[in-house]
Design a protein around this ligand. Structure first.
Ligand code: SF4
Ligand code: SF4
Length: 444
């Protein structure tokens, strides 16, 4: 009798667990997940609830069977096997990327200008694909497919604000150096950044491969980049989950602009503060970078770079924007501990690649590029799509299983993904089952 009671209680717990997931999904406005969780709550509890109506002779056997199956299932999921991993310590060689090759720089080239002629003389293979994105309406264009007057107007306003910030990334340094220990400086700055609304913050030594070799922006176009700062302070700000859930439609690009502005304001403020202490400091913000933010953030221990080429952070996945402040101020650097589970999960997942409307994310293995093992996205395909729809898409960010809100439930799942290889496959299947393999953009 005791075993029958235990099985019945387990059935109730199962039901309550799935019901809890359904309530959470309703709060997150994930209607499909809410409906499917409710269905799973009933289906998974049914075999346990059936026990009392079975003939007395088989009730005990049935209950033992259910308990054994549950135990075996949980045991397999959380069995601490060592996953076969292709993980290698991923440090680029001495190569530095030329910013002029980025799509943002190429998009600024004006036909007939000296820069335009020079670029396509050096990269003739880029001309035809670039001409294709130039034929599209363009980012935030009224002719773009996902044009929306209010959202695009707001995004334009925010991007204008960001543009107005760009000249303030550097400035005069107070001649008198303030006496502050690296420990104190590190703690003070980290607290200030987090209190300003950042989600995570880290510090690394600035390395040559973090920096672009040649600038591809504004007045500095074509000039070699030479920055002798010793440290890089980097932080992430969260992109609103609901706005990103609309991707690739207009609310997503407005949220991008808002968080670029937000992160830029924090970076500017921190750089100003450090300069007031008598040390050189430069903010690296949207449209005025000297370095590659995801690489800096990875080395500062904020996450790993995933299949979609973005930083995957432990609690928000790719649903962040990054800014950096480089400085001469002596600081205590954070330790980057490689997390092989991300590479393993991305290898199994491919959800971003399957959902990318531009087919820009590779579905195969990582390739080695200048000593760095990575999935290389097709930036021309991606940017051409942006120019057609008028937004910065973010569909990959929306569908990534790491992107769910920073709540206890989702963090438990992310913990399982990180530590239990078998659980990764289960988590992926459940993500597809609850949220859909091809989730629709949220409507507005
Ligand atoms: S932003 Fe959109 S087009 Fe670009 S890689 Fe992500 S899903 Fe593909
Ligand atoms: S969607 Fe999947 S494959 Fe793509 S970055 Fe996220 S976890 Fe990796």
């Amino acid at each position: 009798m005791k075993i029958i009671k235990i099985a019945f209680i387990l059935g109730n717990l199962n039901f309550i667990g799935w019901l809890g997931i359904a309530i959470l999904a309703i709060r997150e406005k994930e209607k499909t997940a809410a409906r499917r969780s409710l269905l799973l709550a009933c289906l998974s509890a049914l075999p346990f609830w059936m026990t009392p109506i079975l003939p007395d002779t088989i009730q005990s056997v049935w209950s033992v069977g259910l308990l054994a199956l549950t135990g075996i299932f949980i045991g397999i999921l959380f069995f601490p096997v060592r996953a076969k991993s292709n993980f290698v310590q991923n440090i680029p060689d001495s190569h530095r990327f030329d910013e002029r090759e980025t799509m943002f720089s190429r998009a600024e080239l004006r036909p007939g200008s000296a820069e335009y002629d020079h670029y396509y003389r050096n990269y003739p293979g880029h001309k035809a694909p670039d001409d294709r994105f130039r034929q599209k309406p363009g980012l935030l264009s009224p002719d773009a497919r996902f044009f929306h007057l209010e959202y695009f107007s707001e995004a334009r306003y925010l991007f204008d604000q960001i543009a107005a910030q760009r000249d303030g990334v550097d400035g005069p340094v107070t001649p008198q150096k303030r006496s502050i220990s690296p420990e104190n400086a590190t703690q003070t700055l980290k607290i200030k950044i987090l209190q300003s609304g950042a989600h995570s913050v880290g510090i690394t030594r600035l390395k040559p491969y973090h920096l672009y070799s040649v600038s591809g922006q504004g007045d500095r176009y074509g000039l070699p980049i030479d920055l002798s700062h010793r440290f890089a302070i980097t932080f992430t700000v969260e992109m609103d989950f609901d706005a990103v859930a609309h991707a690739p439609k207009a609310p997503a690009v407005t949220e991008s602009a808002r968080q670029y502005l937000n992160s830029g304001q924090i970076a500017l403020e921190i750089a100003r503060e450090i300069r007031s202490w008598g040390y050189a400091a430069r903010a690296h913000i949207d449209g005025n970078y000297l370095l590659i933010c995801p690489l800096v953030a990875r080395d500062a221990g904020l996450g790993e770079i995933g299949r979609m080429g973005l930083l995957l952070t432990p609690k928000l996945g790719p649903r962040v924007r990054i800014a950096v402040v480089t400085t001469d101020l002596p600081l205590i650097k954070d330790t980057y501990t490689p997390d092989p589970s991300v590479e393993d999960f991305c290898r199994k997942c491919k959800k971003c690649a399957d959902n990318c409307p531009a087919n820009a994310i590779p579905k195969g293995k990582r390739e080695t590029l200048h000593g760095l093992q990575r999935w290389k996205i097709n930036d021309v395909h991606c940017y051409t799509y942006w120019c057609a729809v008028g937004t910065d898409c973010a569909r990959c960010m929306r569908v990534c299983p790491y992107s769910h809100p920073n709540t206890f439930f989702h963090n438990v799942i992310r913990f399982g993904i990180r530590h239990f290889p078998v659980f990764r496959r289960f988590a992926l299947q459940m993500d597809n089952l609850l949220y859909g393999k091809y989730p629709k953009p949220r409507s507005f």
